[in-house]
Design a binder for this molecule. Structure first.
Ligand code: GRF
Length: 215
């Protein structure tokens, strides 16, 4: 069983999707801890409801960013975490954590990388005028949303879309591909080769694309 640590900053709907897939028996894993950098994060309520231990760490109470990530690293290692999942964690992960978990930290980004990295990926897509956007699950490296891509899913961008309407459409697929990537990892099916991720026994699931009729 894969020992998972989750980092989150807010709502935690992706965290919930992962909890649901584990509880349904589709991911052979256990969430050992939720770590949040925001005491108001709704993710905390979800952890409580599902009896998942959680920890709030205030970044401002550490002398440096490195010290903050050393603490996170130590908490994860203390629980023998094997995979770290960034589920709406609104910070750039620094070296102490990256070095301890090489190609073992996953993130979900609400755009089709390498387009629109960083904050507000959905707004960037609407403002740019692209016709297709989506979401990307990737391993985390030292860059901002630059690590090896595991799964992507695409949605149409409609002419009357707003940041909110596009975010909603993308989020539905985030909740499918993030648990899917974790499931593949738990089954030992992901192999990182340079900047590419090889998926063993790869079959293209339908969830990669939405029905264009879906608003
Ligand atoms: C999602 O849009 C995710 O792609 C981005 O942050 C948001 C988190 O949402 N990284 P939630 O907290 O999982 O509901």
């Amino acid at each position: 069983m894969l020992r998972i640590g989750v980092l989150a900053s807010g709502r935690g709907s992706n965290f919930q999707a992962i909890i649901d897939e584990i509880e349904a028996g589709r991911i052979n894993g256990k969430i050992e801890i939720l770590i949040v950098d925001n005491p108001e994060a709704f993710a905390i309520e979800r952890a409580k409801k599902h009896h998942i231990p959680f920890l709030y760490l205030n970044p401002k109470s550490f002398p440096s960013k490195e010290a903050f990530y050393e603490k996170i690293r130590d908490e994860l290692i203390a629980r023998s975490v094997e995979l770290v999942v960034l589920a709406g964690f609104m910070r750039i992960v620094k070296k102490p954590l990256l070095d301890a978990f090489p190609n073992r930290i996953m993130n979900i980004h609400p755009a089709l990388l390498p387009s629109f990295p960083g904050l507000h990926g959905q707004k960037q897509a609407v403002d740019y005028g692209v016709r297709i956007s989506g979401c990307t699950v990737h391993f985390v490296d030292e860059g901002v949303d630059t690590g090896p891509i595991i799964i992507q899913a695409a949605v149409p961008v409609h002419p009357d879309d707003t940041e909110e309407s596009l975010s909603k459409r993308i989020l539905q697929l985030e909740h499918k591909i993030f648990p899917e990537a974790i499931r593949l990892y738990a089954e030992g099916k992901l192999k990182v080769e340079g900047r590419k991720v090889k998926i063993l026994d790869y079959k293209l699931p339908q969830i990669y694309f939405t029905n264009p009729e879906i608003r």
